[in-house]
Design a binder for this molecule. Structure first.
Ligand SMILES: *Cc1c(COP(=O)(O)O)cnc(C)c1O
Length: 374
């Protein structure tokens, strides 16, 4: 079975083998070695000299951790969103009592940087109205689109705001120089580009984020970065970690660093281009604006021609390929092919072949009956 959803992604044999190991004491020297080694390697992939923590949770837990560790109820937060995950980030902040200003763009459409600048400037000019933090999504998995985070960051930093970034489906696949782009917190999740099962969120924390942390009053316990930092000094995590996934991640990080970051980014860019060319040659159009199309997930318009659930079913049952549909308001309107982490050119070529074979059974009834009449 070829799993080509945008997470969970396939695990290479080395990762599966690593997870077959017996349990160890998570408060002992052996785990400390694994934790320290994993953390150091992660810093290289995050391209940061700041702190990196591993939290036992899915990616969303990392997003929640970013919010509760840096903000207080009542803080003004600007959410820049053009998809389902951008909205989730805003919802979390709102759930914890932040005053969220939602700058929402049409799903699949680019972020208007002038609009971002305008909102930040306007609120800075209001007495006690200043925005404290900006929430951004690097790769919007729901629409198959990569936002220009470097450009967004340049605007946010002009106003000296905290920048909290959901890079769950981009980090380790698409270039994101955390320190160079002044990202204060960057969040990712193990089941995306990291080639290991779900269960770990990884977050980076800048100096500026620590300063915000010292003032932040949102309720927190499990997610507290101070606890994570204290325990990391002892080679531990505050709570029992997902030990098996650490075994796997420590192994796949070696694979990643051996391949080299630039080679990884180039491989994802090349395979994404294959995917885009392939679906276009089958007569489809891309959902997002093409120049922003993601290198980790390709979102394709079903164009009322295709019964998406049927397509997904036929691909799975007759061609052993698993792809994803659309989320929320895009359900039935798009389908998505994940190509992140452990993926080679041949994998996408075989997905495209399967798609070509499955399409005739997925055309909508009306079209089929029209065809049979003609
Ligand atoms: C997958 C994903 C999430 C959610 O992660 P979970 O691990 O399901 O909690 C959030 N944001 C983006 C951009 C994602 O791709």
């Amino acid at each position: 079975m070829q799993l080509r959803v945008p997470g969970p992604t396939p695990c290479p044999p080395q990762a599966l083998q690593a997870m077959g190991r017996q349990m160890i004491n998570h408060r002992g020297g052996e785990f400390a070695k694994i934790l320290n080694s994993t953390t150091e390697k992660l810093k290289q992939v995050f391209q940061t000299k700041g702190d990196v923590f591993l939290l036992t949770s899915s990616g969303t837990g990392g997003m929640e951790a970013a919010i509760v560790n840096t903000l207080s109820p009542g803080d003004k937060v600007l959410s820049i969103s053009n998809g389902a995950f951008g909205e989730r980030f805003a919802d979390i902040a709102e759930g914890y009592g932040a005053e969220v200003i939602r700058l929402s763009f049409e799903w699949g459409k680019a972020v208007d940087l002038d609009a971002v600048e305008k909102v930040l400037r306007k609120h800075d000019s209001i007495k006690d109205g200043a925005i404290k933090a900006v929430l951004a999504t690097h790769n919007e998995t729901s629409t198959g689109m990569t936002n220009r985070l470097g450009d967004i960051s340049a605007v946010v930093k002009k106003f000296d705001k905290l920048l909290l970034v959901d890079a769950i489906s981009s980090l380790g696949c698409i270039n994101l120089p955390t320190d160079d782009w002044h990202c204060d917190i960057v969040v990712t999740g193990s089941q995306k580009g990291w080639m290991v099962p779900p269960g770990l969120a990884m977050v980076s924390v800048s100096e500026k984020a620590w300063q915000a942390h010292a003032q932040a009053k949102m309720p927190r316990y499990y997610w507290d970065f101070s606890k994570a930092k204290d325990f990391l000094q002892k080679g531990q995590t505050p709570w029992t970690p997902a030990v098996s996934i650490f075994y796997a991640l420590n192994t796949t990080l070696d694979l990643m660093l051996n391949e080299g970051l630039n080679n990884i980014f180039a491989r994802h860019a090349r395979i994404a281009q294959l995917a885009r060319n392939g679906v276009k040659s089958l007569g489809f159009s891309l959902f997002p604006e093409e120049e922003y199309a993601s290198d980790t997930v390709t979102a394709v318009n079903a164009m009322d021609k295709i019964d998406v659930p049927k397509l997904i079913q036929v691909l799975r049952e007759e061609h052993d390929v698993v792809i994803a549909g659309g989320q929320r308001k895009l359900a039935g309107k798009i389908f998505r092919i994940g190509h992140l982490g452990s993926v080679e050119d041949d994998d996408i070529k075989s997905v495209l072949e399967a798609l070509n074979k499955a399409l005739p059974s997925a055309y909508r009834h009306s079209e089929r009956s029209e065809e049979s009449q003609s």
